[in-house]
Write a protein that binds this ligand. Structure first.
Ligand SMILES: Cc1ncc(COP(=O)(O)O)c(C=O)c1O
Length: 488
């Protein structure tokens, strides 16, 4: 027998209150009593979380708890709720300044790694241009107050609408990616869509294997991005765009060979391949894209700094015979944002399951976020560390798998993590190096609410994006009248 569902206002008010609507800020800080369970084998060799994975202004307080930007992380998580992205503002600023010093004017922040208005303003104020890869990113950057001439538009399939918008606002640079795009630009410029003429770079695919995950390698011959160097398509695009009928002022070449790259020789190899075209065309700019790798776990090598990366790129340009007058730029994303943030979650369940293998059991530590705030482990098999902000220098002998709360077995944030032995339900758990491609790729799968972003610095914190609400979940639904079927 079905029970009638009450739809009275009082009923919905009760539901709303439970969902936190109209209620005072929800603090998930209550620590329920921990059930006793078999903690399985421990691994005595696993030390504290390496501090080099944490943001620049990280401090360990006298009670062994975590402070970033002069702010006690546990208090922020209690005030704002979990999950929450916590960014060290000084870390972001210092990487932007470093990029600007190392490459000079024209270096752009790859906003796809992390974009909100506060981030766009910060990168702009620190002297970077902003690289946008869609009309949406373009809109957010513009609405943040970034002048159009400081924006660079990318994309392998820019729509007519996106191009028209870029032309109408006088965008700084367009990185042209296909012959179809050139035709589209021709049509738009002929219609008088742009004054002055847009400045453009040709995206060249050099055919380089950057030794990274296949999904984020973009410079291989078989790629949807850019014009192939080997086939002559790149030279043809340059000819078209520098002819008298060109819709744009061609100012340079652009390439981006992939992300999370540690072997700098991939950049030097790329420059060697591109140099003949740069010299033949005598174009004034060469952008080497982004891609500098960062360490996500303690066992990964310490990454090269942006300064060292720029030095290797400049040196390779000089050795390949590219004139010093050519403006060499780049578009770092991850190297600026990744290590600047941690994500804090609340542990809601700890479950030990028997295994048939030699490792006798696996302990799942379940948190209140998951693949919706960090899809990288599911997408790229990316590895992360986990630790407890209440006890930063504790040894972590307890092998765990940190699981999210989605209805997917693959929703694992840290497959092979380690935590202190005394972890309990209700503890705050943090994953470091989540500043890049986490919030940017977040979804509300399973209708989870996208977490807020908090910036910390100078002993203060401020939310720069709020948490999604259940009202937001309904915000896109429409009750349109049924339209009559269109007959020919
Ligand atoms: C064209 C372009 N530039 C820059 C970047 C930023 O790369 P990363 O975040 O690895 O530095 C990307 C990333 O996909 C890209 O596609």
């Amino acid at each position: 027998m079905m029970t009638a569902v009450s739809t009275s206002t009082a009923f919905w008010r009760q539901i709303d209150r439970r969902m936190g609507i109209d209620a005072p800020a929800m603090v998930d800080g209550a620590v329920p009593a921990s059930r006793s369970f078999d903690r399985g084998p421990t691994d005595r060799g696993v030390g504290p979380v390496p501090l080099r994975l944490l943001p620049d202004t990280t401090e360990v307080l006298p009670d062994d708890s975590l402070s970033i930007g002069g702010v006690d992380v546990t208090s922020v998580a209690e005030a704002v709720g979990t999950p929450v992205f916590i960014y060290d503002e000084e870390h972001l600023r210092s990487r932007c300044r470093e990029a600007r010093r190392a490459f000079g004017d024209g270096v752009a922040f790859a906003s796809k790694s992390f974009l909100c208005r506060a981030m766009a303003r910060l990168a702009h104020h620190e002297g970077m241009m902003i690289d946008v890869a869609s009309g949406g990113e373009l809109y957010v950057a513009l609405r943040s107050g970034v002048p159009a001439e400081r924006l660079v538009l990318h994309g392998s399939n820019k729509s007519t609408k996106e191009l028209a918008l870029a032309l109408s606002i006088g965008i700084g640079r367009i990185v042209v990616d296909s012959f179809d795009e050139i035709e589209r630009l021709n049509r738009l410029v002929a219609r008088g869509g742009s004054t002055p003429r847009p400045r453009a770079l040709v995206r060249v695919n050099p055919g380089v294997d950057a030794n990274t995950n296949a999904s984020i390698a973009t410079g291989r011959e078989d790629s949807k991005f850019g014009f192939s160097l080997a086939s002559g398509a790149a030279a043809e695009a340059v000819d078209l765009l520098s002819s008298g009928h060109s819709p744009v002022d061609l100012v340079g070449l652009h390439t981006h060979i992939g992300s999370q790259i540690f072997e700098l020789s991939a950049f030097s190899d790329t420059i060697d391949l591109l140099a003949p075209l740069v010299m033949k065309t005598q174009l004034a700019e060469l952008c080497v894209g982004g891609g500098l790798g960062v360490a996500y776990t303690g066992d990964q090598e310490a990454p090269v700094s942006i300064t060292e990366w720029a030095a290797v790129v400049r040196d390779a340009c000089r050795r390949a015979g590219i004139a010093d007058s050519v403006r060499i730029t780049a578009e770092p994303g991850r190297a600026i944002t990744a290590t600047a943030a941690i994500t804090c979650y609340r542990i809601g369940a700890i479950k030990t399951v028997p295994l048939s293998s030699v490792v006798r059991v696996r302990t799942y530590v379940s948190v209140d976020g998951g693949m919706s705030d960090n899809p990288r482990p599911a997408l790229y098999d990316s590895c992360y560390e986990a630790f407890l902000p209440r006890t930063v220098s504790a040894l972590r002998p307890f092998p765990v798998t940190v699981a999210g709360k989605h209805c997917e077995s693959g929703d694992l944030l840290v497959k092979s993590g380690h935590l202190p032995q005394d972890v309990v339900v209700g503890d705050l758990l943090a994953t470091p190096v989540t500043g890049a491609y986490g919030y940017a790729m977040a979804s509300n799968y399973n209708k989870l609410l996208r977490p807020p972003v908090v910036f910390v610095g100078d002993g203060r914190y401020r939310s720069v994006t709020r948490r999604e609400t259940v009202e937001d979940l309904l915000g896109l639904d429409v009750d349109e009248p049924v339209l009559p079927h269109c007959l020919p």
